[in-house]
Design a protein around this ligand. Structure first.
Ligand code: MSP
Length: 657
């Protein structure tokens, strides 16, 4: 059996997954499924990249230990994938022992071969990039990606002799024209190589500066540079050096990345492989960026597209279809809900959904819902549509295999639209009316058997839709892609048993009225805003009201939002002896910082792990330069202080009333 290996980048865990991560992973899933339904065994790897400065900094900002932090966000990625119907074969994390073992083994191997050496280095270091930059990389003296001046750092480090492999790499790329594809990225890499001699790659970081990484096996004062660590995930998951998987899958390794990480994949990785004595991967497949209104997605602009919300509104398959259909692989593309709905209504609801529902209901009306037996006396209109089907399946398979998904899908839709025309021109209703039963059976059979083949071909892109179609075509509920091979489906006529009982009706893709949806969303948003305003007004009124004789109304009490939380970290206030900076998890996205006057009574260690009660809706204020977002309740006793707490373990964020 032929085998196929596809990987996504392993994603950084310093931010939650967004449209870009979803796209690459959906493409990889579709490619893996395409190979599975083409009679191959496909191994599909994704995972998370968990070492390095960026992750350390993000963990600190969230008030978590690096381990807690990476477990949390890696979990967000792992939980998202089933919601997009991703069927990965493995999920790798660079903090797993299996990976640490591989990295150390490869490092030792390259070191023993003499391709790693130690040297003093002074350079411009950008903490955002986790890289030394050259003057050439800077714009106005700043790192263009992070808009910050790099710092001059002088230190001893270990270097990988990458320069030694420059000529080999250039020749390999020239001899294998589709090693890096599409061509524009191959050309980009060749021009990088032509621009000058490759520098050797600094592959270590002194532990004094960064400890969150994999120790060098030959010098425990250092950890491994994050890219040298991360790239090796692709062989860790194949159980290198043990087991059979490496020999089985490595020869067909296909990496999938966006243009942002072209250089590490096209230059660092093949030279690392060469130095360690491995064959290069088979293909590097590089796609462009999803933009939103022609702008890069960014948290600060607030235009980051959340894949879950798209799937929640439009469904997994419409989302997957849109992403694969709309982006020309290799180029940037623009994401908009308008465009998604446009495709959903035109391609899915109109062209495909309508056709399928018409064909099913006609079969019910004319043949009691059973697949008719064809006479196979074909008229020219049949032969034309059968030829169209052959061309369309052939092109689809060739284009999909070459990562040209948009064009591949388009050629399948030529058939879908061709079949709609076929219905219009053969007019089954007229044949029925005239009692031409044999001809009617032939026409319906052509339609039904091609619907089955269309379902098989769209399975990689829209698995649920394809499975529903197959089920409605009487193909059994448990569809097994390994039992079919679309390569055998191109020229074959039939393959749909006459007499099979079909579903009565189908509604694969209900049309979406975007205008109506937007109006409904606007009304909902307005209602929510009004409710919020009312609450704020009430709170403001209550704040003004003077308590009479020390008595307050119940409503006033209700305005105080008290919640149970757990102290996740605590440290002394840098500028005030009596204050502590306490981070409390209130079940929100991030723990809150509360500045508390508890330092005289508690040490930070006394507080970590304890449950406390926090006034959560107190307006934030600064105490000696540190923001406090709430107040921890405590009772002052003679010479002491007692914390208010709960009598048993209580979920963080639980309201006190
Ligand atoms: N951890 C590294 C990769 C190491 S692989 C050995 C990394 N991680 S990342 O979280 O930043 O992911 C980058 C990848 O996410 C891109 O290469 C691409 O696959 C995907 N995308 C992120 N933003 C994207 C868009 N706006 N559009 C399309 N894909 C993008 O780099």
């Amino acid at each position: 059996m032929s085998r196929f290996y596809i990987t996504t980048p392993i994603y950084y865990v310093n931010a939650k997954p967004h449209l870009g991560h979803a796209y690459t992973t959906i493409v990889a899933d579709s490619v893996a499924r395409f190979h599975r339904i083409s009679g191959e065994e496909a191994f599909f790897l994704t995972g998370t990249d968990e070492h390095g400065d960026k992750i350390m900094q993000a963990a600190e900002a969230a008030g978590k230990t690096p381990k807690e932090f990476v477990d949390d966000i890696s979990g967000t990625f792992q939980n998202l994938w089933p919601k997009l119907n991703i069927q990965n074969s493995d999920f790798i994390r660079t903090t797993q022992p299996r990976h640490i073992k591989t990295v150390q083994k490869v490092l030792q191997q390259v070191y023993d071969n003499g391709d790693i050496y130690q040297s003093e280095y002074e350079g411009l270091y950008c903490y955002g990039c986790e890289q030394f930059l050259t003057e050439k990389d800077l714009v106005d003296g700043k790192c263009p990606d992070h808009d910050k001046e790099p710092e001059v750092i002088r230190e001893k480090n270990y270097f990988f002799r990458m320069s030694k492999y420059q000529d080999w790499l250039k020749k390999h790329i020239e001899d294998n024209p589709d090693f890096i594809r599409p061509e524009r990225y191959r050309n980009e890499v060749l021009s990088m190589l032509d621009m000058g001699v490759l520098d050797d790659l600094c592959i270590s970081r002194p532990k004094t500066r960064l400890s969150w990484g994999i120790e060098l096996p030959f010098d425990t004062d250092y950890v491994t540079y994050v890219w040298f660590d991360a790239l090796l995930n692709y062989i860790t998951a194949l159980d290198w050096p043990e087991g059979e998987k490496f020999d089985q899958f490595w020869p067909s390794a296909n990496h999938l990345v966006a243009k942002d990480i072209l250089k590490p994949h096209a230059i660092f990785w093949p030279t690392m492989l060469k130095a360690a004595g491995f064959e290069p991967y088979q293909h590097l497949n590089v796609h462009g960026y999803w933009l939103v209104k022609d702008t890069k997605m960014s948290k600060s602009i607030g235009n980051v597209v959340d894949p879950l919300s798209m799937v929640g509104t439009y469904g997994q398959d419409a989302f997957r279809y849109f992403l694969l259909r709309e982006m020309r692989f290799g180029r940037d593309a623009s994401f908009s809900e308008d465009a998604l709905v446009g495709r959903l209504n035109a391609d899915l609801a109109n062209d495909l959904g309508n056709l399928f529902s018409r064909v099913l209901s006609m079969t019910h009306k004319y043949f009691g819902g059973e697949v008719p037996t064809p006479s196979r006396k074909h008229e020219s209109v049949d032969l034309e549509v059968l030829q169209l089907a052959i061309d369309s399946f052939k092109n689809y398979q060739q284009l999909f295999g070459a990562f040209e998904f948009g064009r591949g899908i388009e050629s399948l839709w030529e058939l879908v639209r061709g079949l709609n025309k076929y219905v219009d021109s053969t007019q089954p209703w007229a044949l029925f009316k005239n009692g031409e039963t044999e001809r009617l059976g032939d026409v319906m059979y052509v339609l039904l058997m091609l619907m089955r083949k269309i379902a098989l071909h769209i399975w990689p892109v829209m698995p649920t839709t394809a499975e529903t179609m197959l089920e409605q075509l009487g193909q059994g509920a448990d569809f097994d892609p390994a039992a079919v091979n679309i390569k055998d489906e191109v020229e074959t006529f039939g393959r749909l048993e006459p007499g099979l009982h079909l579903a009565k009706a189908s509604n694969l893709f209900p049309r979406v009225d975007l205008k109506k949806k937007q109006e409904e969303d606007a009304v909902k948003a307005e209602k929510q805003a009004a409710k919020k305003q009312k609450k704020q007004d009430k709170a403001a009124k209550a704040a003004k009201a003077e308590p009479k004789d020390g008595i307050i109304d119940f409503a006033d009490f209700q305005n105080v939002d008290m919640r149970v939380g757990t102290v996740v970290s605590c440290q002394p206030h840098p500028d005030a002896d009596r204050l502590l900076l306490v981070k409390v998890d209130l079940g929100e996205d991030e723990p809150r910082q509360v500045v508390a006057g508890l330092a005289e009574y508690f040490s930070p260690d006394d507080l970590v792990g304890r449950q406390v009660v926090v006034v959560a809706n107190l307006a934030p204020r600064k105490l000696r330069g540190q923001v406090s977002q709430g107040m921890i309740l405590a009772a002052k006793t003679d010479g002491g202080m007692q914390l208010l707490t709960v009598s048993g373990a209580t979920g963080n964020g639980t309201k006190v009333s």
